[in-house]
Structure formats: structure tokens, C-alpha cells
Design a binder for this molecule. Structure first.
Ligand code: ACO
Length: 330
């Protein structure tokens, strides 16, 4: 393993065209806009169309990220897709994407850590690049999460949406002198299967051969989220020798605006330093962090050289945090 830095040089994202507002949802779910907004901060979500798959979403996000990096599929050595909603049980959605973008020589596989999938994939890609498995990686969070929803369960079906985001990671050039504090500064992951029953899908190939639906004890998940995200962020800051005040942007997993607000408070960050997309995207699981990052880069808030804090928690429980100085030294 080298001490070389892994840079996050570009991002891209994609949302399906079909937007479903809370009002529209209320026409077939026993809920209302005021309840959803008050408890979650969500106003709308994007949902895949019939026949639109996770690999389609991943493809659009990946091609935008590649274009923003000035790269082609053939330049990529490693593709990791974080997803809980693959096109098929196998092969991996990443191998499908590899073919779609013509990244012939790349290693490609999926990672399953539900809503924490993006921070897990980032950590694995960082380690693989630094251990010599290639120089450039695509890390994608892509979900058709609506496929796992029970539309009769109003406590879960209002929370989620579909979409994809992708980042390009590049090993800093050995000849490059000044990559010192750029790129992935620290990354910390945790899992605890003792809590697997508070958030899970009641189906799977080896249990009942069904796709299944999301089941959740919302209050319990909420409690663990606030506590575990705060503590893993402390670990990531300490691993990078940094303090919350060194962070330019919190780019959190977008599950619930109340969880995001709690983190902002714990980190004592000004509200305008937190990227919030949950209102427009709802919870897109592994896609939510790169979707939020992409939105804030596209609208000019996040700039080359900004220091980002990312954190996420989801089923498992699995959770993690990463600190990244975004972009590349100019
Ligand atoms: N519309 C209207 N009423 C509803 C709805 C709905 N969609 N859903 C539940 N209710 C009702 C319940 O029936 C209940 O009614 P009652 O008091 O008459 O029995 C009432 O609202 C309160 O229900 P709770 O489930 O106790 O509501 P709570 O305040 O816990 O909010 C929520 C639920 C929003 C899910 C919250 O627990 C939460 O955000 N948890 C975090 C979970 C999360 O974000 N999960 C995403 C995946 S994991 C992750 O990404 C971190």
C-alpha cells in the first residue's frame, strides 16, 4: 500500500424524469404533504419509468462524471457500484456498466451496504488504487429503490426515491509534488449486525427467492443514525487530524432533514455549509451522497479545493464517514 493520495476529480449524476410530489403520492397512499414535510423534509422524489433500470441510471451518471473529468471509459481501471437494487441478482450491475462505457480492462463489481454503500465503495476504491490495482476508478451509487417499496406501508414508501451519482477517483501522479493534503484524507467504516432487524428487506434469493419489501423501525433507526453518525464523524476528523471547523461542506446521506440538522448542530456548522437535497430527491440510498455532491458542484457552491465531510448510515447497520479535499491541485 502506497501513501499516494487518491483524488476525487469529478462528479456526475442522473435523476429519472418522472417526479412524484407528496400531493401526487397522497392520491394513492394514505398520507399528506404536511406530515411528510414535517417529519422528513421531503417534498418530492424521482421514480424510474417502466423498463428503466439501475444500470441505466448508473450509465448516465458515469458518463457525466467521465466527461467532467475529461476521460473515456477506456481510461478506467476499476468500477464499483454501490447498490441494493441491482438489475439482476447476478451478474453485478458494475459489469453491465463496464460494457456500456467500454471500460474493457477494468475490474468491476458491486458493493452492498445499503444507504452506507457510497462511503463503503469510496473506502474500498481508495485502498485498491493505493495498493496498485489501477490508477483511475469510477465509484457509483445507483438505486431504483422504489422497486423495494411496499406502497401499502405509508411509514416507509414516502421516504425513498431513485437516482444515481458517480465520482472519478485518480491516483495522484507520483511526479506530482503538491498532492499532500488533496483527495481522500480519511475514511472510517463500521457495521453491527445485531441491529439487522430494525431495517431490512423481507426477501432474498436464499430466504424466500423473492425481491421483498423494505421493513423499518423508524424511531430506532433515527436514534442510531444521530448517535452513530456523530461518533464516526469524530473518528474521521481525528484520523485526518482535523476539526469540524476545517470542513467547508457537510455532504451527508439524505435520509431525513432532521437527521441532517442534528449533525449540523453537533458539528457546529453554519446551515449554509450543509448540502441538503432530501427535499427534492428523498432518500436515494447509496446514490444520495454523490447526487448531493453533484448538485452542489453544478450550482457552483462546492469548488475545487473545498474540504468535504461525507457520512451515511443504513441497513446492517452499516455506517461510515469520509473526509475529502475535492478536485485536483492546479
Ligand atoms: N403519513 C401520515 N402519517 C403517517 C405516515 C405517513 N406517511 N407514516 C406514519 N404515520 C403516522 C403513524 O401511523 C403514527 O400515527 P399514530 O400516532 O396515530 O399511530 C404517526 O404518524 C407517528 O408514526 P411514527 O412512525 O412514530 O413517526 P416518526 O415520528 O417516528 O417518523 C419517520 C417516522 C419519518 C420514518 C422517522 O422515524 C424517521 O425518519 N426515521 C429514520 C428512518 C430513516 O430515515 N430511514 C431511512 C433508511 S435508513 C437511513 O437512510 C438512515
Amino acid at each position: 500500500m502506497t501513501n499516494q493520495r487518491v483524488l476525487m476529480t469529478a462528479v456526475g449524476s442522473y435523476l429519472p424524469a418522472n417526479v412524484v410530489t407528496n400531493e401526487a403520492l397522497s392520491s394513492f397512499v394514505d398520507t399528506d404533504d404536511a406530515w411528510i414535510r414535517r417529519r422528513t423534509g421531503i417534498a418530492q422524489r424521482h421514480l424510474v419509468a417502466d423498463g428503466e433500470t439501475t444500470s441505466d441510471l448508473a450509465y448516465h451518471a458515469a458518463t457525466k462524471a467521465l466527461a467532467n473529468a475529461g476521460l473515456a471509459g477506456g481510461d478506467i481501471d476499476l468500477i464499483i457500484i454501490a447498490t441494493t437494487t441491482p438489475d439482476n441478482t447476478f451478474p453485478s450491475t458494475a459489469t453491465k456498466l463496464q460494457h456500456m462505457i467500454d471500460a474493457k480492462g477494468a475490474i468491476a463489481f458491486d458493493i452492498q451496504a445499503v444507504c452506507a454503500g457510497f462511503v463503503y465503495a469510496l473506502d474500498v476504491a481508495d485502498a485498491m488504487l493505493r495498493s496498485g490495482r489501477g490508477r483511475r476508478a469510477l465509484v457509483v451509487g445507483a438505486e431504483s429503490f422504489s422497486k423495494l417499496l411496499d406502497w401499502e406501508d405509508r411509514a416507509t414508501c414516502v421516504l425513498f426515491g431513485d437516482g444515481a451519482g458517480a465520482v472519478v477517483l485518480e491516483l495522484a501522479d507520483d511526479a506530482g509534488d503538491d498532492a499532500g493534503d488533496w483527495g481522500i484524507r480519511s475514511s472510517v467504516l463500521h457495521s453491527d449486525g445485531a441491529y439487522r432487524d430494525i431495517l431490512y428487506v423481507d426477501g432474498g434469493p436464499s430466504s424466500n427467492a423473492a425481491v421483498g419489501h423494505v421493513r423499518m423501525e423508524g424511531k430506532e433507526v433515527f436514534r442510531h443514525a444521530v448517535e452513530k453518525l456523530a461518533s464516526v464523524m469524530d473518528e474521521a476528523l481525528s484520523a485526518a487530524n482535523m476539526q469540524a471547523g476545517d470542513i467547508d461542506w457537510l455532504v451527508p446521506h439524505q435520509a431525513n432533514v432532521r437527521i441532517i440538522d442534528a449533525m449540523q448542530k453537533k458539528m457546529d456548522l453554519p446551515s449554509d455549509r450543509v448540502v441538503r437535497t432530501v427535499e427534492q430527491h428523498a432518500n436515494t440510498s447509496a446514490a444520495s451522497i454523490p447526487l448531493a455532491l453533484s448538485a452542489a458542484v453544478d450550482d457552483g457552491r462546492i469548488k475545487n479545493g473545498d474540504v468535504l465531510a461525507m457520512e451515511a448510515i443504513g441497513g446492517g447497520l452499516a455506517w461510515g464517514a469520509a473526509l475529502v479535499k475535492f478536485g485536483r491541485p492546479l
